[in-house]
Design a protein around this ligand. Structure first.
Ligand SMILES: CC(C)(COP(=O)([O-])OP(=O)([O-])OC[C@H]1O[C@@H](n2cnc3c(N)ncnc32)[C@H](O)[C@@H]1OP(=O)([O-])[O-])[C@@H](O)C(=O)NCCC(=O)NCCSC(=O)C[C@@](C)(O)CC(=O)[O-]
Ligand SMILES: NC(=O)C1=CN([C@@H]2O[C@H](COP(=O)(O)OP(=O)(O)OC[C@H]3O[C@@H](n4cnc5c(N)ncnc54)[C@H](OP(=O)(O)O)[C@@H]3O)[C@@H](O)[C@H]2O)C=CC1
Length: 423
């Protein structure tokens, strides 16, 4: 019989039976199936409630970046990431930043926008005024559905409205401005947006379609700043080289995308480690990077009066400490405890500092010796494992490749053969 992916009622099976079905379908060996089915710190019934059609887990390495001094306080930074050299680089940058007092941070507050799309309005500009006049009613209706958020000092705080042209005529986009306190806020904001939809139809005579949070969280900005003394980073030339590296990203979106990817190496790793929504964070960061109409770097580098390097970052980070997986994932909870953050804004500010550190380390390497020594040195162990090395041979093959400056799969295989024969 031909195999088919059309499996009605798959979701009704227990995880082990789903895994067995997939094992058969894909011809997985017992070992391969076991890597999926071994759920580690999570109980099968826990993950089965987190997402749908669960068959197992995809474990990602968890490391801790050290040396972070932020607003005069020490932090250990849990990072979940599959890429080598990221955690080393963050620790390296944080060590250099410490000399001048580490990172200082601030933020705008945990405020998100909920969007309501109203279509088919004859007089959209007049409808906009009707909506703005009814602002208090709209806020009251929105807040009535989340008394818990209001109790914590959050809730809908303002209403904005914009007329936009579309290929099918003008639409009115109503924004609910919601203080989400310690929640990321998507569920809270979406519930509010759906609640006020019918009232907006009545007010405007239009038809409401989408009611959804915006991930362009431009009212939830996190800022971090650090001074890197010229002595600690390698002298005047290195300061100048890093500023030139930044200016490259400033004028060329092809470079800016990679510059920002480096920032997100750190930010996404903390996002994942704390059970936050990595897609929301990535979408927000890249949308904010192009908010002027040009895709720009999220960091800025300048030279201080004394000739030191000053780095700053401003990035929207919609992260929470309650809600989503932050509350239900035991590893995420342990990681938040390691961080010791008490509010969602503090978490966001720490993440901005990590993003700046990550970017600084990468630029320093790129603008001086190149990225490959540090990165490939750490990546070499993966290459050795991929070539089949086990036990002591992993480090032996990796070290030989680094010495020869040939961190490649073919060389790893050759070296492995040589070392195995010599045994
Ligand atoms: C890799 C390093 C840190 C080596 O740097 P190094 O100069 O050889 O390090 P060091 O021996 O002088 O050590 C300095 C500190 O770095 C840390 N450190 C040093 N080694 C380790 C290690 N093995 N494991 C954990 N931590 C390590 C550690 O904190 C240490 O302090 P100590 O413990 O000695 O007091 C440096 O070369 C570096 O920062 N490179 C940048 C690497 C990087 O950015 N990787 C990201 C992946 S590449 C990418 O995806 C982004 C990119 C590059 O495309 C972005 C862009 O283009 O902008
Ligand atoms: N576009 C996007 O980004 C989208 C993301 N998502 C997902 O939404 C989830 C996040 O939604 P979110 O609203 O944060 O999650 P939750 O709805 O799970 O949590 C928020 C709720 O927690 C309660 N709460 C308790 N204590 C606090 C506190 N100190 N501060 C704030 N709220 C508190 C509030 O009220 P109460 O107890 O009454 O609930 C609040 O509404 C994530 O899983 C995300 O992936 C979903 C849709 C779209």
């Amino acid at each position: 019989m031909d195999k088919t992916s059309k499996i009605s009622g798959f979701y009704k099976l227990p995880p082990q039976e789903r895994l067995n079905a997939v094992k058969q379908y894909a011809g997985l060996s017992d070992d391969e199936a076991a890597t999926l089915g071994n759920t580690g710190a999570l109980k099968p019934e826990q993950i089965d409630r987190m997402v749908e059609n669960v068959i197992g887990v995809m474990p990602v390495p968890m490391g801790v970046a050290v040396n972070f001094l932020i607003n005069g306080r020490d932090y250990l930074i849990p990072m979940a990431i599959e890429e080598p050299s990221v955690i080393a680089a963050a620790s390296n940058a944080a060590k250099m930043a410490r000399e001048k007092g580490g990172f200082t941070t601030s933020s705008t507050g945990p405020v998100m926008r909920g969007l309501i799309q109203v279509t088919g309005i004859k007089d959209p500009y007049s409808a906009r005024f009707s909506v703005l006049s009814a602002k208090n009613n709209i806020m009251e209706m929105a807040n009535a559905v989340d008394p818990v958020l209001v109790k914590f000092g959050g809730g809908c705080k303002d209403v904005e409205a914009y007329v936009k042209d579309t290929p099918h005529g003008p639409i009115l986009v109503v924004h609910l401005i919601v203080d989400c306190r310690d929640a990321m806020g998507a569920n809270a904001v979406n519930t509010m947006a759906e609640t006020v939809g019918p009232y907006l139809e009545k007010l405007t005579g239009g038809k409401v379609y989408l009611r959804i949070i915006s991930n362009l969280a431009d009212k939830r900005l996190m800022r971090a700043r650090a001074v890197f003394s010229k002595e600690s980073i390698g002298g005047d030339d290195v300061v100048d080289a890093i500023i030139k590296a930044y200016e490259f990203a400033l004028v060329d979106p092809y470079r800016a995308a990679t510059h920002n990817k480096g920032i997100m190496n750190g930010i996404s790793a903390v996002t994942l480690a704390t059970g936050n929504d990595t897609r929301a964070i990535e979408a927000g960061a890249h949308a904010y990077a192009s908010i002027t109409g040009t895709y720009l770097p999220l960091t800025i580098y300048e030279k201080s009066a004394g000739g030191d390097l000053v780095g700053t970052i401003e990035v929207p980070l919609a992260v929470g400490l309650v809600g989503g997986a932050t509350a239900s994932h035991p590893t995420a909870k342990a990681n938040v405890k390691i961080l010791g953050v008490k509010t969602a804004s503090e978490l966001g500010e720490v993440m901005a500092a990590v993003g700046l550190a990550q970017n600084f380390a990468a630029l320093r390497a790129l603008a001086t010796e190149g990225i490959q020594r540090g990165h490939m040195q750490l990546h070499s162990r993966n290459v050795a494992i991929h070539a089949g090395a086990t036990g002591d041979l992993i480090d032996k093959v990796a070290e030989a490749m680094v010495r020869e400056k040939k961190v490649r799969a073919d060389r790893a295989k050759e070296l492995l053969e040589q070392f195995t024969k010599a045994h």
